[in-house]
Design a protein around this ligand. Structure first.
Ligand code: B12
Ligand code: SF4
Length: 415
């Protein structure tokens, strides 16, 4: 069948993110005629979609909806309007529209109800169910666990069996920002931080891809002329034995591609040195809280005292470092916010202003996260709150005022 794989638009200029979810799906559909289209790269996305339909004449459009909103507080941008605008374009088209992606998967029922033009919705990973649905549409084959209707069942992929992503389904040369192109070595997360949706989306254990397949992906990127990618994994250094195995394979391959990854602070100086030698240029830590009480209330691993040594070791290894906090965490208020600001200036002054970045966000609470359940139980939001419209777990009073001021200055500086 002729399938147009479409990444939904952002509706505003943003650093481009290569649609790796669609690349994984494209990898499973090699016997079909495929075309990729990333509408987030253009302001004129409605026209671009019309043109692609006219020239490619697809029978199916697979629509990947990645984000509901940008999860920023106090000013939140919603991606729903550009998404609805492309569904308007599809209103007059007669083919089949199938939707999926992370933005879709957290709220599949709401989105299906709001957008009747979507013929079928596939929540969760697409590698198994999407090809099953295409076979069904082509030849009427039955789909296990589905008895009809617009919503398909949620099925996890066996990462040892599925094909590698097809990075060439779309022109990759347009993704030139440092973290634009992703490589995935694992899915899911065995930790259970209270605000996080990762275990809901992809499982509460680390599901590992065979190392040789990950290396094959990087080889493909190398062949395509890519100079930098980012591991999109939840925690790159966990589980530790897999981390070490992957590091050894990266060291042996000596590709010459630079990369970045998200790490837990539980990483040793020698592991950081090995990462650097294997091509890493940047690591990100996500301690989120700055007090032990805050860490505990977010169910984060480790202690506050682990952070600075890890950051210093990473800088000593020659890596750029990003550190991500949230403001107004459970158990943290005004003083914790000031500590985060002090930490930011301290590390940036002492470890390198241009190589040490600190981001302070606010928790955008998503449905299915433990924090969403907590907020309902505590009466902070009503029992029927869906968390589809953005809800933030945030500080009140001076902590909130100071944070708003901080964000306003940031916006003026960075636009
Ligand atoms: C890595 C990552 C980033 C990296 C991306 C780097 C890169 N080069 O890719 C960075 C840090 C840049 C980033 C930025 C942002 N991110 Co982010 N990110 C992730 C993360 C951890 C992994 C995404 C990923 O690459 N997965 C690997 C691929 C293979 O999986 P996938 O995309 O989910 O695709 C699968 C399925 O969704 C499905 N699928 C996908 N498309 C389609 C289409 C069809 C038709 C079908 C049937 C199925 C299907 O099948 C695919 C294969 O199994 C997710 C969390 C998570 N666990 O998913 C958050 C996540 C996607 N990000 C999120 C957010 C909010 C953002 C930002 C808006 C944050 C911000 N304030 O800037 C930006 C948006 C950037 C943008 N323009 O899209 C949210 C989205 C929440 C929501 N429901 O709306 C998530 C879910 C995290 C969370 N908070 O819960 N992100
Ligand atoms: S925040 Fe990170 S470590 Fe915690 S559960 Fe989510 S992915 Fe895992």
């Amino acid at each position: 069948m002729r399938i147009l794989l479409v990444q939904s638009p952002t509706g505003r200029p943003e650093a481009p993110i290569y649609p790796i979810g669609l690349a994984f799906i494209a990898g499973q559909l090699s016997r079909h005629e495929l075309k990729g289209l990333d509408l987030s790269l253009s302001n004129d996305y409605q026209l671009l979609l019309r043109d692609a339909i006219a020239s490619f004449t697809p029978e199916i459009i697979a629509l990947s909806f990645r984000n509901i909103d940008d999860s920023s507080y106090p000013v939140t941008y919603s991606y729903l309007k550009p998404f609805s605008e492309i569904l308007d374009v599809l209103g007059s088209w007669e083919g089949i529209v199938i939707a999926g992606g992370t933005g879709f998967s957290i709220y599949p029922e709401i989105i299906m109800e709001r957008f009747p033009r979507i013929d079928y919705g596939i929540p969760g990973e697409g590698e198994v169910v999407f090809p099953e649905l295409v076979d069904h549409l082509e030849s009427g084959t039955a789909i296990e666990g589905w008895s009809g209707g617009r919503m398909l069942p949620w099925k996890q992929a066996d990462l040892g069996c599925i094909s590698t992503p097809d990075y060439s389904f779309i022109d990759i040369s347009r993704y030139t920002f440092p973290d634009s192109i992703g490589v995935q070595s694992r899915r899911g997360c065995a930790f259970s931080c209270t605000y996080c949706t990762y275990s809901f989306l992809s499982g509460s254990s680390f599901r590992l891809r065979p190392v040789e397949k990950v290396i094959r992906d990087i080889k493909e990127l190398d062949d395509l002329g890519v100079s930098r990618f980012s591991f999109v994994d939840s925690v790159f250094n966990a589980p530790e034995d897999y981390f070490e195995e992957l590091l050894s394979a990266l060291e042996e391959s000596a590709f010459g591609i630079s990369w970045s990854a998200w790490l837990d602070q539980n990483v040793t100086p020698s592991q950081l040195m090995r990462m650097k030698a294997a091509g890493a240029v940047k690591v990100d830590f996500s301690p989120d809280a700055i007090t032990d009480k805050g860490l505990k209330r977010l169910a984060k691993r480790g202690k506050t005292a682990d952070l600075l040594p890890a950051v210093k070791s990473a800088r000593r290894a020659g890596l750029q470092v990003g550190i991500n906090f949230f403001n107004g965490n459970p158990g943290e208020g005004f003083w914790a916010f000031l500590r985060k600001i002090c930490f930011m200036f301290r590390v940036r002054f002492t470890l390198g202003w241009k190589s040490t970045f600190v981001n302070i966000g606010t928790i955008r609470v998503y449905a299915h996260s433990p924090l969403a359940g907590y907020m309902i139980r505590k009466g902070i939001v009503s029992e029927d709150c869906t968390f589809f419209a953005p809800v933030f777990y945030r500080s009140q009073g001076p902590g909130d005022w100071l944070y708003r001021l901080f964000q306003r200055v940031r916006r003026l500086k960075h636009g």
